[in-house]
Design a protein around this ligand. Structure first.
Ligand code: AMP
Length: 308
């Protein structure tokens, strides 16, 4: 597991980092601690960093990047690490990206401890008072005045890292003002969500696998659905056919009635015509009447054919 704890000085990064070390069997890489050790050992790096640190300013990027590059390559960092106090500038973050990429490593999370700066200054004042009362040695930069300078440096140079990691989708925030144990719980939850994320993928895969037979069930269900649909269609068709038959029957009846009526009318017309012809036989207009009767008869016959 490889983590970054972000947050201003005094936010509790060190305390949470130690808990993470114990829990995940990883190492805490605190550039502040390493620089203090270098100062104490009087190494060239220590000599260079001392006055900068005492003033609450940031040590040059190349110095801390070189320290981290060396440290993450050591065997005890193989299992993972929690970076505390590094990176502190965007160039440091970019250098870290390169260092990790060169080694084929990736960060798991960047956790930002969000704090109220005003309360932070009060906290450090209380801590300094308590340590002084216990007779414990104080860090040169552990006083409210230097802290204010360090907070200003944080705001100007380190706070932009939240945006840097947020843009990568890696930033998670926790309330750093909550009691220490609550902060630990919040961090644990974030980290638990990470493997759970893997679990979720596994679960999702399992669910998909389960869903597959369900899908085949659906496939089996399809013919039934089709059958039902077909049944429904047959029913509707039957109903329609019945309706059509009824209508046809009605139309046929009507046609028959019309045919009968036309036959009757034609017969009447024919009768009338033959009567007229008989009458004409006795009178001079017999030929004309016969022709008229014949035409009437043809007309009647035509009507009869049409009706049938
Ligand atoms: P810290 O213990 O993390 O608060 O660091 C103490 C001091 O060490 C800081 O005020 C800086 O002067 C210096 N320092 C620690 N880490 C860095 C870093 N990543 N970049 C620059 N300066 C650092």
């Amino acid at each position: 597991m490889r983590l970054i704890l972000l947050g201003p000085p005094g936010a509790g990064k060190g305390t949470q980092a130690q808990r993470l070390v114990a829990k995940h069997k990883i190492v805490q890489l605190s550039t502040g601690d390493m620089l203090r050790a270098a100062v104490a050992a009087g190494t060239p790096v220590g000599l260079r960093a001392k006055s900068i640190m005492d003033a609450g300013q940031l040590v040059p990027d190349e110095v801390v990047v070189a320290i981290i590059a060396d440290r993450i390559g050591q065997p005890d960092a193989k299992n993972g690490f929690v970076l505390d106090g590094f990176p502190r500038t965007v160039p440091q973050a970019e250098a870290l990206d390169n260092l990790l990429a060169e080694r084929g490593l990736k960060l798991d999370a960047v956790i930002e401890l969000k704090v109220d700066e005003g309360i932070l200054v009060k906290r450090i004042e209380t801590r300094v008072a308590e340590m002084t009362a216990r007779g414990e040695p104080l860090r040169k930069d552990d006083n409210p005045e230097v802290l204010k300078g360090r907070l200003a440096a944080y705001r100007a140079q380190t706070a932009p890292l939240a945006g840097y990691y947020d843009a990568k989708g890696m930033l998670k925030g926790v309330d750093g003002m909550a009691p220490i144990d609550d902060v630990t719980v919040a961090i644990d939850r974030i980290l638990a969500a990470k493997p759970a994320g893997k679990k979720t993928i596994k679960k999702a895969t399992a669910a998909t696998a389960k869903a597959k037979p369900a899908k085949s069930k659906l496939a089996k269900a399809k013919p039934a659905k089709v059958k039902a649909k077909a049944k429904a269609a047959t029913k509707a068709e039957k109903k329609a056919a019945k309706k059509a038959a009824k209508a046809a029957k009605k139309a046929a009846k009507k046609a028959e009635a019309a045919r009968k009526a036309a036959k009757k009318a034609a017969r009447k017309l024919a009768e009338k015509a033959s009567k007229k012809a008989k009458k004409a036989k006795t009178g001079g207009k017999a030929g004309a009447a016969k022709g008229k009767a014949g035409r009437a008869k043809t007309k009647a016959r035509r009507r009869l054919t049409k009706a049938s």
